[in-house]
Design a protein around this ligand. Structure first.
Ligand code: SAM
Length: 213
């Protein structure tokens, strides 16, 4: 997959790209490009945003800047999904993540301050996604959430089997994963359920099935 993120802070993604699962798939099943709006802006002094028409606090990401960036990188509005990260977007779910992970190419647009000029969302993006019903300071944490969630669904991201049975998966009928425990078996009286210590795989599987939430 080629995944492009348009942002004002490409360097902020350094941590993410050093961590698994992103690090494991980079240069293999994932080609991640971190693109700065400032490198493509047609405005002077790297300007990318402006005051809102009608007045009010904050700056708004300009439509001509985003259009110029898409033009420079793709030669126009691309055919593949272009997703604006926005609190007004559809709420991200595992089903959407699976859909995105199936794309050959994907573009994420991040904004900051007051957000996007609405014409970006209406005419340049094909979709808008929210990571939850709360407001963050910029679209980079949301974009990183999408990159991480998508990367872990790509070939080679996880060790064999570990991405199959987990919360929201088909194997758990979309439910939340059963609880996990590790040593010590008894921590000051907080005991691990006996069945998990029994070595009886049939009983353990039944217990886990019963405890899908
Ligand atoms: C401070 S927010 C803008 C909030 C906007 N004025 C509003 O009231 O909805 C700046 C940017 O952060 C990103 N952002 C903030 N919260 C988000 C969320 N829950 N999901 C996705 N993106 C978000 C978006 O790119 C947004 O344009």
């Amino acid at each position: 997959m080629q995944l492009d993120v348009f942002t004002l802070v490409p360097h902020a993604y350094a941590w993410l790209t050093e961590q698994r699962p992103v690090a494991a798939v980079l240069g293999r099943s994932l080609d991640l490009r971190l693109l700065s709006y400032r490198d493509y802006t047609p405005l002077r002094a790297g300007q990318v945003d402006d005051e809102p028409y009608g007045g009010g606090a904050g700056m708004v990401l300009r439509v001509d800047v985003v259009a110029a960036a898409l033009e420079a990188v793709y030669g126009g509005r691309p055919e593949h999904p272009v997703i604006a990260m926005s609190p007004q977007g559809r709420q991200l779910t595992q089903a959407i993540v699976e859909e995105l992970a199936g794309c050959d190419r994907l573009t994420l647009l991040s904004a900051r301050f007051e957000g996007f000029d609405e014409r970006i969302v209406e005419h340049l993006a094909s979709d808008a996604l929210s990571v939850g019903p709360y407001v963050l300071s910029n679209g980079d944490l949301p974009a990183m959430i999408v990159v991480d969630a998508v990367a872990r669904r790509l070939p080679g991201a996880l060790s064999e089997g570990s991405g199959e049975v987990e919360s929201f998966s088909r194997e758990l009928d979309g439910g939340l994963e059963y609880p996990h425990y590790t040593r010590p078996a008894d921590f000051g009286g907080w005991r691990v359920p006996e069945v998990l210590l029994s070595g009886d795989h049939g009983r353990i599987a039944s217990w886990r099935k019963e405890h899908v939430r």
